[in-house]
Design a binder for this molecule. Structure first.
Ligand SMILES: NC(=O)c1ccc[n+]([C@@H]2O[C@H](COP(=O)([O-])OP(=O)(O)OC[C@H]3O[C@@H](n4cnc5c(N)ncnc54)[C@H](O)[C@@H]3O)[C@@H](O)[C@H]2O)c1
Length: 357
């Protein structure tokens, strides 16, 4: 491989004659370096991408779930997508979730992101994508926390149910975009995870008092902002009374809350068709009621003012996770690495380039 200052891929056919772009591999270390300390910029990028998607300048078909009869807790998901705007790019995130890895000290999720050139369709980069995926998820959570809490007192007590990698990234993005908390609640089935997350919080020098709770319900009652980032496959929180103080809930793990909890709440999603799939809590509500009337709108509806968020009910945001966000963050990383001159290009990756030899 050669490290080069590679040209950015052509923004479109009108930019000049078609050519085959060089193919680069971007490592996880390069991804982390490109994203380090850029929380505000990435949240703005994610916001702009939701707006592009809301305006129809994207293609984001349903994710494809590959599951295995011999490994029922595992899955690999394909998220193909295409975005317009300033940097038009197509691509695919291919992300594994093997929850049993965690017991062996191996992270649950691993992923690659392929970027395809808008003009020729050629793949021009393969990026390590577990960090990109966690980053876009955390940026979308921080954006939603801001947009969905406007007009009510800014939550000062946060609680995390499920305290793995995603919870850590979400806390980092909240802190990196100006949030601070008087109290931080932790709840995890695994005492080791809870202790690890507590250790992370203490190392960051967070000001808030940290409490480890014995149940999700206890944590919810003590929090104005609740983040679910577990690996639960079906609902286990059904007590509506613990939401009586109308918290804002970022339901990132999608399957923790029973339908009756959603039916009492304002429900804002990232994309209606995506979210009502794969037995997510909103999907269960649709199956139970036979309707989508319980949905109040999308985050883009809220950002553009088409939907107002009432503050006399709990607000629940279950972001299904859109491939367009991975593309936007992945292309941002690619541009940073290309600019730094550190892009690792695989020489002659595409080598059969003459049609008749
Ligand atoms: N919506 C999105 O866009 C998106 C994107 C990325 C990840 N996710 C989801 O975020 C979740 C967390 O991912 P991660 O990488 O942090 O996983 P992880 O395995 O690192 O951590 C999950 C933690 O949840 C804990 N847990 C499991 N069931 C629990 C329960 N009932 N109550 C309390 N704790 C429980 C586990 O002990 C573990 O510590 C996953 O479900 C993943 O699919 C969603």
């Amino acid at each position: 491989m050669t490290a080069v200052r590679a040209p950015e891929p052509a923004p479109g056919p009108e930019a000049g004659p078609l050519s085959v772009p060089p193919f680069a591999v971007v490592s996880g270390a390069q991804v982390r370096q490109a994203l380090k300390g850029r929380e505000k910029e990435v949240v703005e990028l994610v916001e702009a991408t939701y707006q592009l998607h809301g305006a129809g300048d994207s293609v984001n078909p349903p994710s494809y779930f590959l599951r295995f009869p011999d490994r029922p807790t595992a899955r690999i998901i394909a998220l193909p997508a295409s975005i317009g705007g300033e940097y038009r790019v197509d691509g695919l995130k291919w992300i594994s979730s093997f929850p049993e890895n965690v017991a062996a000290g191996v992270p649950r999720a691993s992923a690659v992101l392929i970027l395809n050139d808008h003009a020729t369709g050629y793949p021009f980069a393969c990026l390590e994508a577990s960090v990109i995926s966690a980053t876009r998820t955390a940026a979308s959570a921080a954006l939603a926390a801001d947009r969905l809490s406007r007009g009510r007192p800014r939550p000062a007590r946060v609680g995390f149910v499920g305290t793995g990698l995603i919870a850590r990234y979400i806390h980092t993005f909240l802190a990196g975009t100006g949030w601070s908390f008087d109290a931080i609640g932790i709840r995890d089935l695994s005492p080791d995870s809870a202790a690890g997350f507590r250790g992370y919080l203490e190392r960051t020098g967070t000001g808030g008092a940290i409490t480890v709770h014995d149940s999700a319900e206890e944590l919810i009652r003590a929090s104005d902002l609740v983040v679910f980032a577990t690996v639960a496959s079906r609902p286990y929180v059904s007590d509506r009374s613990c939401f009586e103080h109308n918290p804002l809930v970022l339901h990132v793990s999608l399957r923790d809350l029973a339908p009756e909890v959603l039916l009492d709440a304002t429900n804002i999603v990232d994309d209606v068709d995506h979210c009502l799939k794969a037995d997510t809590s909103p999907h269960l509500v649709e199956q139970l009621t036979g309707s989508r009337d319980f949905l109040d709108g999308t985050l883009d509806d809220v950002m553009t003012g088409r939907v107002a968020v009432p503050h006399d009910r709990p607000v629940i945001f279950p972001p299904f996770g859109l491939g367009v966000l991975d593309l936007a963050v992945g292309h941002f990383v690619y541009r940073q690495v290309a600019r730094s001159g550190e892009l690792q290009v695989v020489d002659e990756f595409f080598s059969e380039l003459r049609r008749h030899g």
